[in-house]
Design a protein around this ligand. Structure first.
Ligand code: SAM
Length: 250
């Protein structure tokens, strides 16, 4: 998969892209991530990309033409195809794991980062296919959101994670959060690892994972649990657990 990121701050994006799992995934050829400096597509001497908003108001707005030329240049470099363009904006649909899964199936993807007060609406209308927000708050620029989206999508690309299963069985798959995790030592500060995890009994371990996922989701994200598919037996078990904990706290 190839992801092109259009930004005024490629350095901010580059630093993160080279690190850890995503860095290795690029070296091994599973994903290609390219940043593009929108400023390079200006035609004025000062390489200025922003201007005052028509109608007045605070702040500056990024001009349409450099954004458009940057987009055209990317399309040319990938054989004139027109990939989906995801504009990072607080006005978009809130990003989630399902969106990441859907986007990870694209061969090419462009992420567009705004800055200042945003980008001239006319170019957005021309090139943007998806408006995506990372949450109901306003950041100074689209670089952090683009990194969030890029990271989430990249780790879903087959081959990026060494263990193909780890992306399948984690939080938000099946609308459940992941179960708690433990590693060595077996005892730390007097706290022991749950014995079932040391038993080597795979069926019991899988059952424990499932129960813990359900319990954790009920406590931390009851909204998610409403969408999860539980058996009647699991529902009864959960009610008993929650009632038991309530009694314990009284
Ligand atoms: N004036 C814009 C508005 O009210 O919608 C906000 C502009 S914001 C200061 C500058 C840029 O940061 C946006 O164009 C967008 O690319 C990015 N941005 C800010 N918050 C974001 C969020 N929650 N999700 C995605 N992108 C965001």
């Amino acid at each position: 998969m190839r992801i092109d990121i259009m930004t005024l701050f490629p350095d901010a994006v580059d630093a993160m892209m080279k690190a850890s799992i995503i860095g290795r995934a690029q070296e091994r050829g599973f994903v290609t991530i390219c940043t593009h400096q929108i400023r390079e597509y200006t035609t004025n001497k000062q390489m200025q990309v922003d201007d005052y908003p028509y109608g007045g108001g605070a702040g500056m707005v990024m001009q349409a033409e450099p954004v458009y030329q940057c987009y055209e240049s990317i399309c040319r470099s990938i054989g004139n195809s027109r990939p989906r363009v995801v504009f990072m904006t607080p006005q978009g649909r809130t990003f989630n794991q399902q969106m990441a899964e859907e986007l990870s199936r694209e061969e090419d993807l462009i992420l567009l980062c705004g800055h200042y007060e945003g980008i001239d609406e006319r170019v957005l209308e021309k090139i943007v296919t998806d408006n995506v927000s990372i949450g109901d708050y306003v950041l100074t620029g689209g670089e952090l959101p683009a990194l969030v989206v890029m990271d989430t999508i990249s780790r879903l690309v087959p081959g990026v994670l060494n263990n193909g299963m780890s992306a399948v069985k984690e939080s938000f798959s099946d609308n459940l959060l992941e179960y708690p995790q433990y590693t060595r030592p077996e005892e730390w500060m007097g706290e022991k690892v749950p014995p079932v995890l040391l038993s080597g009994h795979h069926k019991n371990i899988a059952a424990w994972y499932r129960e813990q996922s359900i319990l954790r989701t009920a406590k931390n994200r009851p909204d998610l649990l409403e969408k999860a598919e539980l058996t009647e037996k699991e529902r009864q078990w959960l009610i008993q657990q929650l009632e038991g904990e309530e009694r314990h706290h009284e």
